[in-house]
Structures are given as C-alpha cells and as structure tokens.
Design a protein around this ligand. Structure first.
Ligand SMILES: C[S@@+](CC[C@H](N)C(=O)[O-])C[C@H]1O[C@@H](n2cnc3c(N)ncnc32)[C@H](O)[C@@H]1O
Length: 359
C-alpha cells in the first residue's frame, strides 16, 4: 500500500482532522513544556514526505510550524527527530523543511530508517550512558500495523514526561486479522496473544480497540489513555488515534484540541471514551449526559472544584468548561448545589479551591 501511493498522496479529510488535533495540541504542549524544561523533543516516527499532493503540510512541517509560532517562548532548545524509511519521501521532506525559517535553538535530525530500530537505538544509548530522555512527544503514524510494537511505546513511556499519539490502523488490522503470516506482527502490536479472541467476537472493532487501550494502560503503564475514532467516507472506522500521557494537564489539552476540531465534510468523528458512550463532536456536548455522569459520582457529596475537574477530564469525554457551563452554573441557579461562599468571590464562578456540595 505504502509504495503504491508514490512519493506523495492526497490528503483525506480525516487525516486533515488528525493534523488539526496534532497542531492544536503541540501549540499548547510546546510553550508549557519549554517553560519548565531546558530542552524538549518531538519525534515523528513515520514522518512521510512533509507535504501532500495538493501542497498541504505533513505532520513534521506542522510540528515545526507550531514550534516556530512559539519560538519567542522557547528559551531553551527544541529537538526534532523525523524518521522516514522511504528515501524519496525523506528527500522530499528535507526539501519542505529547507523552505522554513528554523531558529538557531531548534535541532533537526532527519533520519533514513525504521522507527522502531531508530528510537530503540536512541533509548539504548541513553540507557547505556545513564541519561534521561528530555520531555518528548512522539507521533507514531504508520500506514499499517507491523511497525509499532507495544514494547516500543512502553519503553518510551517509562521515561519521564513522554507522551504518545499513535495511529491504530483498525481497518487494516481487521482485514489481515486471520491471515496466516501475521500473528507475530499482531503479538507485537498488542503486546499479547489475546487479540486472537477478536476473531470470534461479534463486535471485533470494540474488542480490538478495548484490548489495545488496556494494553497501553496496563502493559505500557500509561495513566491516561484516550482513543478517538476516525471514520472514512463510507462511514466505516478507518483508524483510532490513541493518545497516552501520564499528566492530567496533557489529557486536558488534548481534549481541548479534540473538541475544537470542526466537523465538516464527508467524515464523522467521535470520542470513544467508553464503549457505552460516544459523543459526536458535530452535535456538541450533551448537557444532560455531562450532568448525569457528574451526579452519578458526586450526588449528595461535598467536593472541591479540583476534584470535579479531574473527574470530568479523566473519566468522561467532556471538558472542564462543559462542567462549569453545563453542570455547575445551571444547577446552582436551580438551587441543586451550594458553593461554600468563603471559598470563592462574587458571581457564579468556580475558582480553584471552591467547595461544592451537591444536593
Ligand atoms: C501514514 S504516512 C505518515 C504521514 C505523516 N505522519 C503525516 O501525517 O504527514 C507513513 C510514512 O511512514 C513511512 N514508513 C513506513 N514504514 C516505516 C518505518 N518502519 N519506519 C519509518 N517510516 C516508515 C512511509 O514511507 C510513509 O511515508
């Protein structure tokens, strides 16, 4: 498939949505992390040619541009590692990057080769020297499923302040699941042989998605994992975009990025936080659902705004802004909750430290 596409290919609408998520997230991640660390790093493990057939930027250029936009706030260094197996695409990427005005404190390393081998060698080197990996965001965006073993993600995530955004190519996985030559690849992708049970279940999509999420959480030991589903033009699942972080702030910013992505054109796009709850972004947040979930956890209880926010960010598909506008304000107006007046100022605001009692 990869070769048949040629050097560049057409940008599909759901890939544009993926790029928008990446761009928005990096625009938040770069200034936050660079303000507290002397050096940060972006890895694009399957970098591609740097542009699409219509001239739209590819993920490495999007990442560089996001950093250039915040260059004045990056007082330390920012490293970029782009890995591309195909020589022609790598050469094209180099040409795209040459057109950008790269600040002196940015370090670019565009490598030929394979993602797994290259990143593993980087981690081997750090381990041998007893050095830490600088805070890193790794984007792993393969065409297929044979080159993103779970162990690589686990190794990366064992390092402090690492985050991953990985494309889980469901459509491709589903098509190849019962082919005789693939088991070793699937064992590596999932980090378990349990995927075989997916051959016999009625909802294979849900089973494989949930297994992958569980493996990221348990085997790769990622604290917060979120999956977003991308549908193709036929409204069938093309892939899931899995985001993994150990920082609640990272999860919050990724959810902000997701909710801001517009829903237009021939694809739809849903947040599959939980098999039972799917929020269609083009329909907007469901006020009754946010409220139901908050009350299921906190009815009759007294909590701080910080606990409530952490719950909404980590356990529901919604944002903390939805908590305030769709739950707290209307419920307070209706007398369904009380805020300890000594913990906040005037008006229906919920600053840090506010104590809230639900009826
Ligand atoms: C889906 S495309 C990447 C698109 C790019 N991330 C973007 O959003 O613009 C996957 C790319 O990975 C390259 N590739 C395939 N196998 C690879 C491997 N094992 N390591 C690194 N690159 C690989 C392909 O040549 C292709 O250019």
């Amino acid at each position: 498939m990869a070769k048949s596409l040629g050097k560049t290919w057409d940008l599909m609408p759901h890939s544009a949505a993926k790029h928008e998520i990446l761009r928005r997230y990096l625009q938040a991640w770069i200034p936050i992390l660079s303000s507290t660390h002397r050096r940060i790093m972006y890895i694009d493990g399957f970098a591609g040619p740097g542009e699409y057939r219509g001239g739209e930027p590819g993920s490495p250029v999007i990442a560089l541009q996001a950093a250039i936009d915040h260059a004045d706030r990056i007082t330390g260094e920012m490293s970029f590692l782009f890995i591309e197996e195909d020589e022609e695409r790598k050469a094209n990427l180099e040409r795209c990057v040459e057109k950008l005005c790269i600040p002196a404190n940015f370090h670019l390393d565009i490598r030929s080769g394979r993602c797994n081998e290259t990143v593993s060698a980087l981690l081997d080197g750090l381990e041998q020297d007893g050095r830490a990996l600088v805070p890193t965001f790794a984007f792993l965006d393969p065409f297929g499923f044979a080159h993103t073993p779970l162990d690589l993600i686990a190794r990366l995530m064992r390092r402090a302040s690492c985050e991953v955004l990985v494309t889980f190519m469901y459509d491709e996985i589903n098509r190849f699941l019962n082919q005789k030559q693939q088991p070793a690849n699937f064992d590596a992708l999932f980090g378990t042989t349990e995927w075989r049970k997916g051959l016999g279940v009625s909802d294979r999509r849900q089973y494989l998605r949930d297994l992958y999420r569980t493996q990221l959480e348990q085997r790769a030991q990622i604290r917060y994992v979120r999956a977003f589903e991308m549908f193709n033009r036929r409204n069938q699942t093309d892939y899931f975009l899995f985001f993994g972080t150990n920082r609640i702030e990272g999860l919050k910013k990724m959810k902000d990025a997701m909710w801001k992505v517009d829903q237009t054109g021939a694809f739809s796009f849903s947040d599959a936080t939980d098999p039972r709850q799917t929020v269609l972004f083009d329909r907007g947040p469901d006020a009754a659902d946010v409220r139901r979930q908050v009350l299921a956890a906190f009815a009759g209880k007294e909590v701080t705004i910080d606990q409530l926010e952490a719950f909404v960010i980590a356990e529901t598909p919604y944002r903390e802004t939805h908590l305030r506008s769709l739950v707290l304000k209307p419920m307070e107006k209706a007398g369904e909750l009380r805020v300890d007046p000594s913990t906040r100022g005037k008006g229906l605001t919920y600053p840090k430290g506010s104590n809230i009692r639900f009826a």
